[in-house]
Design a protein around this ligand. Structure first.
Ligand SMILES: O=P(O)(O)OC[C@@H](O)[C@@H](O)c1c[nH]c2ccccc12
Length: 261
């Protein structure tokens, strides 16, 4: 069993929800990555999504775009990130999900990418600009390496397609909760709750909600309808402002309120 499946099966058998923070690798310097990952594990993350900076991040809002620019400016490369993840694997035990657009993988070389992230102990990959129709350029290699491809659905994905997409994976299904880009939001689409409920009924694998989530109230509300939340921009912001105590508070209250392990 892959580390991701294992994590969700432990959470589910204890009736608990998952909290997955996102960080952008290289923001704050690549040499802070291992530290940041272990802080997140200590604060109670169920898994961590590690973003690769990219010059044309089409799904990202201002917070993550700017973090990406800072990381690129300080010379962060995919190769450097993988080397740091390898070090991190020696001290952290929760699943690591690498989030990257397709382009950096192409320039790295698909086979070499899969080989290297496998040796670094990466458990899953999120590739937002890879549609299922084209995923076979990388899925055979990922399967062989036992790395899960985490697929996404959004509010505008037709239910038939949600069915097809969710039946392919074994990790979890990433449900994008907004029509738009990443970033903190105050309000959700009126159809979101119903959509999450339906996706949860359809999906044979755990369903995670992500995009626009930053408060305890939002987390409590959304986890009624799914298996956990992914929080990006808020975490990126808190690291950039050195807001570690706020981060600890947010994550530990999630842990208490939604019974995160
Ligand atoms: O930043 P937000 O709104 O909390 O959203 C999560 C998100 O940052 C992370 O999962 C992510 C960052 N960039 C992405 C691109 C596509 C899909 C997902 C992502």
């Amino acid at each position: 069993m892959n580390r991701i499946e294992q994590t969700f099966s432990i959470l589910q058998s204890n009736n608990k929800k998952a909290f997955i923070p996102y960080i952008l690798a290289g923001d704050g310097g690549l040499n802070s990555l291992v530290d940041r990952l272990s802080i997140l594990e200590r604060f109670g993350a169920s898994a961590i999504e590690v973003g690769v900076p990219f010059s044309d991040p089409v799904a990202d809002g201002p917070t993550i775009q700017q973090a990406g620019l800072r990381a690129l400016q300080n010379g962060t490369t995919l190769k450097g990130i993988i080397a740091e993840l390898e070090k991190a694997r020696e001290i952290i035990s929760i699943p690591i999900l690498l989030m990257t657009y397709l382009n950096p993988i192409y320039s790295y070389g698909i086979d070499k990418f899969v080989h290297d992230i496998r040796s670094a102990g990466v458990d899953g990959c999120i590739i937002p600009d890879l549609p299922i129709e084209e995923e076979e350029i990388i899925t055979p290699q990922l399967e062989e390496a036992q790395i899960e491809l985490i697929r996404l659905v959004t509010l505008t994905t037709p239910l038939e397609r949600v069915k097809t997409i969710s039946s392919k994976g074994r990790g979890f299904l990433y449900t994008v909760t907004v029509k738009g880009i990443t970033g903190v939001r105050n309000e959700y689409d009126a159809k979101l709750q119903q959509f999450l409920k339906t996706v949860k009924e359809i999906s044979p694998i755990p369903v995670m909600a992500g995009f626009g989530i930053s408060t305890k109230e939002q987390m409590a509300e959304l986890t009624e309808y799914c298996d956990g939340v992914i929080v990006g921009s808020k975490i990126v912001d808190l690291f950039a402002q050195n807001g570690l105590s706020e981060m600890e508070e947010l994550m530990s209250s999630f842990k208490q309120e939604t019974k995160l392990v």
